[in-house]
Design a protein around this ligand. Structure first.
Ligand SMILES: *Cc1c(COP(=O)(O)O)cnc(C)c1O
Length: 357
């Protein structure tokens, strides 16, 4: 038997809604690294095992690929010729790529000027039909829901249940690798599809005895876009973490259910905390994620510091997207780095090195 990895549907097909005759639309997504942090626990002086699930290594650079391989596979199986989504960027990149793979059309609604450069570049290159709107993600989402009743398009936002099915496999991978569920699982929360999906995955593994327990689920939002902390929908959400710049989460009830059943909590982190965590991961661990992704670590670090997450815990933080998605925010955070320019001579290079040692 071949051991070539051909994507998460093939790997977990017994636990996904596919059959022998389903054509899998795949780009080899999933199977992402679970990296144990080595320097940050030492730096904060706490005895904790922190792992990051580095979803930025999916084919289009975010966890959205897990959901999109399933959603597009099912759309094609059901005879759909076109998919549509509203997006803060990563969903549009994933939808565009998987539509190309399947040979169908992708329409994406994005908020004008509020999408990170890398995500825009991807969506343009994959050749999706881009519809920019003078409005935010929430406005785009409500338009998409309406238009799907008037045109032959399949919605591939996380309100599509197949997205959740695909994304639950991240929890399977973590349990398969650690031998059981962690004590705590920390996630950035926007629409709350992903926290819903992880909870479903952990629950299914626990029910069938693959895992002995389920983790406490900790969902972190950006302070300017924090409906779960406000306890109600938020209009005009604002944050540097554009992937979670969402005020009207679509998986509201399901996410509250995950929080309650797991004994977990929601909390908000400021943009400054989010960016500090992003930089810390890069500069102390060599892991570069996008701003929204670092919200999980920002939250975990504060709750470890306060003792809410006790020492001795095993913690997994999902890093939802790749740092290369948003080069502008990364470069603007490194204004203090002054690359030197010198003559192209051995002496000049040697001097720079010796001055730094
Ligand atoms: C989509 C996205 C999120 C939010 O996930 P939800 O399922 O909407 O809660 C977080 N980070 C990144 C990088 C994303 O692309």
């Amino acid at each position: 038997m071949s051991t070539r990895y051909t994507g998460l549907i093939e790997k977990y097909k017994d636990r996904l809604p596919v059959s022998e005759s389903t054509r899998f639309i795949s780009l080899g997504e999933g199977n992402t690294p679970l990296i144990q942090l080595q320097n940050i626990p030492r730096l904060i002086g706490k005895d904790v095992d922190i792992y990051v699930k580095y979803e930025g290594l999916n084919p289009t650079g975010s966890f959205k690929d897990r959901g999109m391989t399933m959603a597009v596979t099912k759309a094609v199986e059901e005879g759909s010729q076109a998919i549509i989504c509203a997006s803060t960027g990563n969903t549009s990149a994933a939808a565009a790529a998987y539509a190309v793979r399947a040979g169908i059309k992708a329409f994406v609604l994005i908020p004008e000027g509020k999408i990170a450069l890398g995500k825009l570049a991807q969506t343009l290159m994959y050749g999706a039909e881009i519809i920019q709107i003078n409005g935010n993600f929430d406005a785009g989402m409500s338009l998409v829901k309406e238009v799907a009743d008037h045109a032959p398009v399949t919605i591939v936002n996380s309100i599509n249940p197949f997205r959740i099915e695909g994304q639950k496999t991240a929890a399977f991978e973590i349990v398969d690798e650690l031998g059981d569920a962690p004590d705590f699982h920390c996630l950035p929360v926007g629409n709350a599809g992903n926290i819903t999906a992880y909870w479903k995955g952990y629950s299914e593994y626990a029910e069938s005895g693959v895992a002995n327990k389920r983790p406490v689920m900790c969902g972190y939002q950006a302070a300017g876009a924090a409906p779960f902390i406000a306890g109600k929908m938020v209009d005009n959400p604002e944050t540097v973490a554009t992937a979670i710049r969402i005020g009207h989460p679509q998986s509201w009830d399901k996410a509250w259910n995950a929080e309650k059943e797991s004994g977990g909590w929601f909390d908000a982190k400021t943009d400054a905390q989010i960016l500090a965590a992003q930089k810390m991961l890069s500069q102390f661990e060599g892991v570069f994620c996008e701003p929204a992704s670092a919200t999980s670590l920002a939250g975990a670090l504060e709750d470890i510091g306060s003792g809410k997450i006790p020492e001795g815990s095993k913690i997994v933080c999902t890093l939802t997207g790749n740092g290369l998605k948003d080069p502008d925010t990364a470069i603007s955070q490194c204004k203090d780095a002054h690359p030197v320019t010198i003559e192209a001579t051995l002496d000049a290079v040697k001097k720079v090195i010796l001055d730094q040692m």
